[in-house]
Design a protein around this ligand. Structure first.
Ligand SMILES: [Mg+2]
Length: 173
C-alpha cells in the first residue's frame, strides 16, 4: 500500500466531524473538496447544511478554502455563494497548486487539514503536500464522469486500507 493513499483519518462525512476535533488538532484552516464532499456536483449553490457548517467553523476561528479540480465557473459560483476562498483546477493528485497556496497565503501546514472523498486525488495530493487529510465517504451516490473513472482505481485501494486497518476514524484520534 503506497503511503500517499493512507489518510490521516476517516469520517463518514464532513458534516459528522465535531468542531472540537479541529480545535484539538490545532487546525485553523480547512482545505475542503467540493464535489461529493461538501455537496453533489449537481448542486450549484450551497445547501443550508453547508452554510451552517461554514458558520460553525468560522465561529470557532476556522477558515475554509474550497480546493477543487473542477472548472472556474462551477467552483466560483459555489464558493462565492458560500462566502469562502477557493482555488479551482487545483490539480489534485499533484501538490504544486496546494503548496503554492500555502506559500502565497502564508499558511502553516501544521495548522491546515484537508478533507475529501477520493483517495486517488484528495488523499494523494494531501500527502504529497505533507498535509493531514480526512477521507470521507461520498455524500451522494452519483459522481460526475471523471470521478466515476477514478473510482475504478479507488475501490481496490479502499478495500486494502480497510483490510490492513489503516482507516482510523476521526473520533479515535
Ligand atoms: Mg470530490
Amino acid at each position: 500500500m503506497r503511503k500517499i493513499y493512507i489518510p490521516y483519518a476517516h469520517a463518514k462525512s464532513v458534516y459528522d466531524i465535531d468542531v472540537s476535533f479541529f480545535l484539538k488538532e490545532k487546525v485553523n484552516t480547512i482545505f475542503l473538496d467540493l464535489d461529493n464532499t461538501l455537496d453533489s456536483y449537481r448542486q450549484k449553490t450551497p445547501t443550508q447544511k453547508a452554510v451552517e457548517l461554514k458558520e460553525n467553523l468560522e465561529k470557532a476561528g476556522i477558515q475554509i478554502y474550497i480546493l477543487s479540480n473542477n472548472t472556474g465557473k462551477r467552483v466560483k459560483e459555489y464558493a462565492e455563494a458560500l462566502g469562502v476562498k477557493y482555488v479551482n483546477s487545483i490539480g489534485k493528485p499533484f501538490a504544486s497548486g496546494i503548496k503554492r497556496l500555502l506559500k502565497n497565503d502564508n499558511l502553516k501546514p501544521e495548522n491546515v487539514m484537508m478533507i475529501g472523498d477520493q483517495l486517488i486525488t484528495d488523499v494523494a495530493a494531501a500527502n504529497r503536500a505533507h498535509l493531514r487529510i480526512i477521507y470521507t465517504e461520498k455524500l451522494v451516490k452519483e459522481d460526475q464522469p471523471t470521478t466515476r473513472f477514478n473510482r475504478i482505481f479507488e475501490r481496490p485501494k479502499k478495500r486494502r486500507l480497510i483490510k490492513k486497518h489503516l482507516l482510523r476514524e476521526w473520533e479515535e484520534i
